[in-house]
Design a protein around this ligand. Structure first.
Ligand code: ZN
Length: 346
């Protein structure tokens, strides 16, 4: 009976029906080995394919890199809800007709208490605001410090971060802090179309409402960047816009002492202080917080949420003597000083 044998030439193997150089059992062994080798290669290939399916796509990897570079992701927005939110009060009606220029729009919104650079210059109130979170471990550390000192704050959250860390937002809400809309992925809203702006705002309000049970009514534009197109969409949604009057510059990665000095040198009655618990490594912000809080408390400022700051905007029933008693001893005229506040109009 003719048998198939494996013989070797100079550089290759070939089958031959000539006289066998190997006994039958050697051929069977080699054939079995080859079968196992092929099976192993197929298995390795399959496992590799499965592994690849669990790896982020190139677009996702790009988003992850951007996030680690301090730039939140730009794409993949969830579908915006098309129905009215249930269980929450309706937002204020849009101002109509709404002006076409940014200056006029801001004036119209300010007249309706829907646009703020700061609170009442008559009251020694301070609003700490933290942007770009939630973002462990810094949000947790900020919350622990706020609890330690017994003071409130406001968090302008990025929608994609809320989706990633819902428990942190629930903690913020459970503590009674105000939670605002800071867009879904922190883009420069001024570079987006009307539809894209609306999606950024609506999807973020949706995820905050699903997470906390409360639909946000406060909004802060990423980078403080506004134009007439953005404010038109903000007005359509009835959101109240908050810029800030006292930037900590913590996003520039200056040290904790520099952050503290920056905040304390610009503080005044009704100040809205801008800080960050997300968007990068915020250990400097966390490290600066105790000295900022203790210094402001020593100067008899009272910490409030932005909701309280808005509620107190028109409060003027404060006597001159109580104002002087509560005024900043390092800046006794601070309660009547009003900084010229203008947002960078982009
Ligand atoms: Zn931001």
């Amino acid at each position: 009976m003719a048998r198939v044998h494996l013989t070797q030439r100079t550089d290759s193997y070939h089958f031959s029906q000539r006289r066998s150089r190997f006994p039958l059992h050697c051929s069977v062994l080699i054939f079995s080995f080859l079968c196992w080798l092929i099976a192993a290669l197929l298995l390795i290939g399959y496992l590799g394919l499965q592994q690849q399916r669990h790896l982020p796509s190139p677009a996702s990897q790009k988003r992850i890199l951007e996030r680690h570079a301090g730039q939140p992701p730009l794409r993949r927005l969830p579908r915006a809800s098309t129905s009215k939110p249930r269980g929450t009060p309706l937002p204020p009606a849009p101002i109509t007709p709404f002006p076409s220029t940014l200056e006029e729009q801001i004036a119209a919104l300010q007249a309706k208490d829907r646009f703020f650079y700061g609170g009442s210059s008559q009251l020694p109130e301070i609003a700490l605001t933290f942007d770009d979170g939630p973002n462990p471990p810094y949000t947790t550390q900020v919350l622990a410090l706020l609890k330690h000192y017994g003071i409130p704050a406001t968090f302008f959250c990025v929608g994609s971060q809320v989706a990633a860390y819902p428990e942190l937002v629930k903690q913020e809400a459970a503590a009674g802090y105000t939670i605002g809309n800071h867009s879904w992925s922190h883009p420069l809203l001024t570079s987006l179309s009307n539809a894209e702006i609306m999606t950024q705002l609506t999807t973020t309000s949706d995820i905050i409402q699903r997470t906390t049970g409360v639909r946000p009514t406060f909004f802060r534009p990423p980078y403080g960047a506004l134009n007439a197109q953005v404010l038109t969409q903000v007005n359509r949604l009835g959101l109240t816009t908050f810029i800030w009057s006292d930037g900590s510059l913590d996003w520039t990665m200056i040290g904790p002492d520099a952050i503290s000095n920056q905040v304390l040198s610009n503080v005044a009655n009704g100040a809205i202080i801008l800080m960050h618990d997300g968007g990068g490594n915020r250990w400097r912000t966390v490290a600066a917080l105790p000295s900022i809080i203790e210094s402001l408390q020593a100067r008899h400022f009272r910490f409030v949420t932005l909701a309280q700051l808005v509620a107190d905007t028109h409060v003027k029933a404060v006597s001159q003597s109580s104002l002087l008693a509560s005024a900043d001893p390092l800046n006794p005229q601070g309660y009547i000083r009003r900084r010229s506040r203008r947002v960078g109009l982009v």
